[in-house]
Design a protein around this ligand. Sequence first.
Ligand code: NAD
Ligand code: UGA
Length: 340
Amino acid sequence: MHILITGMAGFIGHALARRLAADDHSIVGIDNLNSYYDVTLKQARLNELDDLANVQFRLLDLTDAEGLQRLLDESHFDCVIHLAAQAGVRHSLSHPEVYGQANLIGHMNVLEACRRHAIGHLIYASSSSVYGLNNKIPFSTKDNVDQPASLYAATKKSNELMAHSYSHLYGLPTTGLRFFTVYGPWGRPDMALFRFTRNILEGRPVELYNRGDMSRDFTYIDDIVEGIVRLLPLVPSREAPSAPPYRLYNIGYGRPVNLMEFVEAIERATGKMAIRDYQPMQPGDIQHTWADTAPLYAATGFQPRIDVATGVERFVSWYRTYYHTVSPATTTDARRAGLA
Ligand code: NAD
Ligand code: UGA
């Protein structure tokens, strides 16, 4: 297939591009390489894709609607996988405007470009954060979720609503994916695993929100990628008389892990003890997440398989290699990258 990936320099985008290229798809990836976190890391991810003849990169911002239309004029894509967004729950409290631009205007531009070019399947990233103040666990896509706890979550829920309207009105087949706290090698410096690993290795305290009384359905990057790959050929049908070609899935490991257990896994992987700094609950955060993975399994036969102990070890091993071998990165660069 000829596939467009938005956000290809991102954590999930670059891992997906590598996998799809290995599966012999041809990929065009776009990204605006913004400085939300270390651009060197984004560039290093792209460098990893440099040698692949079937992957091309274009610098493009999603808010440039004409640029996006021109790109889709140039060649026909069988599928668009839209991952570019301003991610991060807590950052959305201090920088709401960026979320409006990237996640609302950007998403609308993608939908509109897909409609005009009769794209056969749009797969886009939603988020477990949409479950918001819903406290019925495990979280199911059948749950009524209209109480987002952050603007980030509100933009992701809006993405699903906007996709529904395009599926209904124009028959655009869309699949929305609610990813659950994704982690692994090449992970995001603003997220817990990166911050905790860096601080533990440097002997600095790790901040534990809600005094550590949190849990997440942490999901390893390869499982996220496998879930997307399995859904790629499952195009929502335009034929059903009463339903638009619109689908939504959770992609999560399917078992929540307490934050304190997560820290202990990092301690084991690094061989160092964390200095615990207990902090209050952060505005916008939700206390627990847990994915109902049965619908993904029913559709694809796939159940995520990498547990936190294994996934954290792989991350720490990558972190040690990356920050000791990639010039000119040092732990100081890692500190800058983490926005701390
Ligand atoms: P990321 O920040 O690493 O990747 C997103 C990429 O999009 C970045 O490289 C960024 O430069 C690019 N981007 C942002 N705004 C853009 C714009 N206006 N135009 C072009 N490019 C732009 O994040 P990620 O963790 O890879 O997340 C990918 C997607 O999955 C996002 O939509 C995110 O909201 C969603 N998601 C991620 C997680 C997670 O735990 N990582 C969980 C749930 C949902
Ligand atoms: C993550 C991503 O950052 C979001 O982009 C994504 O949409 C969301 O997952 C999702 O699943 O939808 P979050 O779960 O907050 O959000 O991921 P982390 O930043 O890795 O935090 C994991 C847990 O550690 C949370 O409970 C958080 O409150 C906690 N945490 C994080 C701390 O206690 N201290 C920190 O310094 C950072």
